[in-house]
Design a protein around this ligand. Structure first.
Ligand code: UDP
Length: 462
């Protein structure tokens, strides 16, 4: 276990992120925001996740505490799972940490509130026994949460209509969803399934909580923030975008050698004045070899310059591809600082799986999105990007369905539309407006800053 907070502040917050990059990074940004408010922060994690967190925070002011995580396979994070289909086993196994978590709470200085991931439902019991307000972190937009609630109510989930039939939502009649917008386990919820059991645990723990911490800002989705505030018994604290916590996202390198080669390559493209398309599908998505080949061919035929970050698991590009595109394409198969790439002046488009962090990071960097959702609530995020906030367009699938295969022609056509077409130009205008609003929201007097002030005042315990 790590040391306890020592900065003498009277306010102390415990953060317990779920063990995946997409759920951890935003809470680490939130830790940075709290530190700047002279709030002491303890981050709770497992041994294997500690090095990433320590390196990310890169400061001693946050106390990092590890709890042993007794899993059979020794896997402590979703990106190390052989398949994301094992997610529920991993998530359910986290409850084995409850006794150690409660022992830790006994030893910590007074805690003003804790923020724990929705997937760590059992922390609600711990919070209640220790009388600590628990805020739940879902890592989703209010749009996706509201649409999920409405889809269940409107009978879209569990209904007998075909999976691809679009049905209007009662509360949001301009939005039409189909079952395919949801993961298969949610489409026809069966009370004896592991998905159902897990969701019930997560939801009932949320009902008992102090509120939801939302990584979003009011001006981005006012209708859906208002809906959630009206519908839920607890408060929703809209305090994002957390990725704006880094005050100087543009890194300063003392030596050119330490600058990652992909950033040097972007600098070179900037000198050449050649816009770059950034292509990345987050830390979890699993892409088939056939699909990978089509992506490669689509990018090659589009003739745009591109930086493609590819996960090691997916490595297996068509023969000679890298040689053929070497003048205008860079392929990276290691961890990159995505924020740094998106903030680079020469990056003008993002082919994204629409993980919520990627959407927010793209908006904050004024980069329009070509939405290619893969899993989880990414299909809802893609609808939001395309139909609601209009900061991008969707990739064209070969059969027009939301989960369909994307052929090279479909990718090439939509990439060109994003980078050179009218829809891309409009999306660029819109994303710039929203980036400006995001920056205002986190400044003094802005909606997110005001919400954070009120959370800190409400939970101050000394
Ligand atoms: N990320 C990164 N470098 C990588 C891959 C991912 O910095 O090489 C970050 C990305 O900026 C984002 C998070 O990891 O903050 C991924 O979260 P998101 O919600 O976009 O997708 P997920 O990985 O959860 O599907």
């Amino acid at each position: 276990m790590g040391s306890t907070p020592t900065n003498g502040s009277c306010s102390h917050v415990v953060l317990f992120p779920f063990m995946s990059k997409g759920h951890t990074i935003p809470l680490l940004h939130f830790a940075q925001i709290l530190l700047r408010r002279s709030t002491a922060v303890t981050v709770v994690t497992t041994p294997a996740n500690r090095p990433f967190i320590a390196e990310f925070l890169n400061c001693t002011a946050v106390s990092i505490v590890t709890l042993p995580f007794p899993t059979a396979g020794g896997v402590e994070s979703t990106d190390k799972l052989p398949s994301i289909s094992l997610f529920y086993e991993l998530a359910l196994a986290t409850s084995a940490m409850q006794p150690q978590f409660e022992q830790l709470l006994e030893t910590l200085p007074p805690v003003s509130f804790m923020v724990t991931d929705a997937f760590l439902w059992w922390t609600q019991h711990s919070a209640k026994s220790f009388g600590i307000p628990r805020l739940v972190y879902y890592g989703m937009s209010c749009y996706s949460i509201s649409l999920s609630i409405e889809a269940a109510r409107s009978g879209i989930l569990g209904g007998s209509q075909p999976d691809d039939e679009l049905v209007p939502l009662t509360q949001f009649p301009w939005i039409r969803l189909c079952k395919e917008d949801f993961e298969s386990g949610f489409r026809d919820p069966k009370p004896d399934s592991i998905v159902y059991e897990f969701n019930m645990k997560v939801m009932s723990a949320t009902y008992g909580s102090y509120g939801i911490l939302v990584n979003s800002f009011y001006e981005l989705e006012p209708t859906f923030v208002d809906f959630m505030n009206k519908e839920s018994s607890h408060k929703n604290w809209c305090i994002g975008p957390f990725c704006l916590a880094e005050q100087t996202p543009k890194k300063v390198y003392s030596e050119p050698d330490v600058k990652p080669r992909w950033v040097q390559w972007l600098d070179q493209k900037l000198e050449e004045k050649t816009s770059v398309l950034y292509v990345a599908f987050g830390s979890q998505a699993e892409i088939s070899c056939e699909q990978l080949e089509e992506i490669a061919s689509g990018l090659e035929e589009s003739k745009v310059s591109f930086l493609w970050v590819i996960r090691k698991k997916e490595w297996g590009l068509p023969d000679g591809f890298e040689e053929r595109v070497k003048e205008r394409g860079m392929i990276v198969n290691e961890w990159v600082d995505q924020r740094e790439i998106l903030m680079h002046e020469i990056v003008e488009g993002f082919v994204s799986h629409c993980g919520w962090n990627s959407v927010l990071e793209s908006i904050c960097a004024s980069v329009p999105i070509l939405a290619w959702p893969m899993m989880a609530e990414q299909h809802l995020n893609a609808r939001m990007v395309d139909e609601e906030i209009k900061v991008g367009l969707r990739v064209e699938t070969c059969d027009g369905s939301v989960r369909g295969f994307v052929k090279r022609e479909g990718l090439k056509k939509t990439v060109k539309e994003l980078m050179e077409g009218e829809k891309g130009r409009k999306a660029k205008e819109k994303v710039r407006e929203l980036a400006d609003m995001a920056n205002k929201a986190v400044q003094e007097g802005g909606s997110s800053c005001t919400a954070l002030n009120s959370l800190l005042n409400e939970t101050a315990n000394c």
